[in-house]
Write a protein that binds this ligand. Structure first.
Ligand SMILES: Nc1nc2c(ncn2[C@@H]2O[C@H](COP(=O)(O)OP(=O)(O)O)[C@@H](O)[C@H]2O)c(=O)[nH]1
Ligand SMILES: [Mg+2]
Length: 190
């Protein structure tokens, strides 16, 4: 889907959306999740993906890869362009069962991250937070970061999954969380 309200592959399957800042590790996470090397493209040019990509998995559900937001080196106008596309998609997709928000475990959440969490909370979309690149920290520091991020964002600890595309840490927990999301009955009307 390239523009707000634009064409998308029609489907009645339950859907889970993935959202986060550019470069947070979203493509890498999707590839690790479905155990494919090049399922979602790992970009060499951060901030480039401008459209929503849909992946049907096992004819059972759909993963929606939303464009990364908040990349500092593109113009303010292009940075703002993600909003109508992402928000239109999130508010207008009746098959959406939940969202995975990615945060780099090493960094504090940005204003955009907080705005996205608030937006998802207002929509009432169940949200799981994946803390990416956990392999870059020692186990002790990673545990401390996960606890302080959960507290800062007022998340339940079972909503937060430390993840590494590099080592596979968190892959099975995330897969279980997705299965739970797509198995739930639709939470809201279209
Ligand atoms: N060490 C490490 N690097 C990662 C991990 N996930 C992604 N990266 C790197 O972070 C950069 C951005 O990853 P990408 O998946 O393209 O991020 P996206 O822009 O959010 O889709 C790439 O250089 C990846 O190799 C991870 O779990 N561990
Ligand atoms: Mg990507």
């Amino acid at each position: 889907m390239a523009e707000p309200g634009g064409w998308r592959p029609p489907t009645a399957l339950p859907e889970v959306a993935f959202v986060g800042r550019s470069n947070v590790g979203k493509s890498s996470l999707l590839n690790r999740l479905v155990r494919r090397r090049a399922f979602a493209r790992v970009s060499r040019t951060p901030g480039r993906t401008r459209e929503i990509n849909f992946f049907r998995v096992n004819d059972a559900f759909v993963l929606a890869d939303l464009p990364g937001y908040g990349y500092a080196r593109i113009s303010k106008a292009r940075q703002a362009a993600w909003r109508p596309l992402i928000e239109g998609y999130l508010s207008g997709t009746s098959t959406l069962r939940g969202t995975v928000l990615l945060l780099d475990i090493r960094h504090d959440p940005t204003g955009d991250d907080r705005a996205m969490l608030d937006y998802l909370a207002a929509l009432g979309t169940p949200t799981v937070v994946a803390l990416t690149k956990v392999d870059k920290l020692s186990a002790r520091i990673a545990g401390e970061r996960a606890a302080s991020l959960s507290q800062a964002l007022r998340l339940d600890s079972d909503q937060v999954i430390p993840f590494s595309a590099e080592t596979g840490v968190g892959r099975d927990e995330l897969a279980s969380a997705l299965v739970a999301l797509v198995s739930l009955p639709a939470a809201r009307a279209p």
